[in-house]
Design a protein around this ligand. Structure first.
Ligand code: MN
Length: 226
């Protein structure tokens, strides 16, 4: 992967990328991210023509850079996040969700929180399964994003405990599993454990938006009188 600034003396970033991608060893193989300055957003079309995979406008936050790298390098050869699928609009107020994020990794917490809050959702953080259960006792949530690998009580155990409690109440809290390994059997294992859906890490912003939209629709239906 090549990360290059647009503005450089002598040969600028775009000319550099142009020449670079003429090399048969790199064309179609190297992933390229270009950093633009404010006011250069118009150059993103030129970047696309050159075969640049992502453009970011400076100053670039750690989370934005991480998200772009994840998107460009991709966790899976599944549906790519093309730029037109990323909507910059935040979700309408009615679709805003109370999200419980159960995740033990500080970097993932930060990225997911930042993204969800940017979308207008309200996020409560739990660092392990037991904390997630406590939070559910205290507060109402529309959806849980549940890391499966957490210390002490993992996502599978926490989900089992939530589903056991629901047997009496008749409620159903949607749980989306987050797993580190995109393995073929993961989805089945998560669904069998009582989770409603599954997302592989590194989490794609687009995929998460789509999943949450599903649940915001369900939350609205439940909130409105029958
Ligand atoms: Mn974890």
């Amino acid at each position: 992967m090549i990360l290059t600034d647009r503005d450089m003396p002598d040969m600028d970033g775009l000319r550099f990328v142009e020449q670079l991608l003429q090399s048969p060893e790199l064309a179609g193989k190297a992933k390229v991210i270009v950093l633009l300055s404010t006011g250069q957003q118009g150059e993103s079309a030129r970047c696309r023509e050159l075969g640049v995979d992502a453009c970011l406008t400076k100053p670039v936050s750690q989370a934005e850079l991480f998200e772009a790298i994840s998107r460009v390098l991709g966790p899976l050869p599944s549906k790519p996040d093309s730029p037109q699928r990323i909507r910059r609009q935040t979700v309408p107020k009615a679709n805003r969700l109370r999200v419980l994020l159960a995740e033990d990794n500080a970097v993932n917490q930060k990225i997911a929180c930042r993204f969800l809050e940017k979308e207008g959702h309200h996020v409560t953080l739990a660092c392990q399964g037991r904390q997630a259960l406590d939070a559910i006792e205290r507060e109402n949530f529309d959806v849980v994003l549940m890391d499966v690998q957490m210390p002490e009580m993992d996502g599978f155990e926490a989900t089992a405990a939530i589903r056991a409690q629901e047997r009496d109440s008749g409620k159903h809290l949607p749980i989306i599993a987050m797993t580190a390994h995109a393995m073929a059997g993961d989805r089945e294992r998560c669904l069998a454990a009582g989770m409603d859906n599954y997302i592989a890490k590194p989490i794609s912003a687009c995929e998460l938006v789509e999943l949450l939209e599903e649940f915001s629709g369900a939350a609205r239906e439940e909130a409105s009188p029958a």
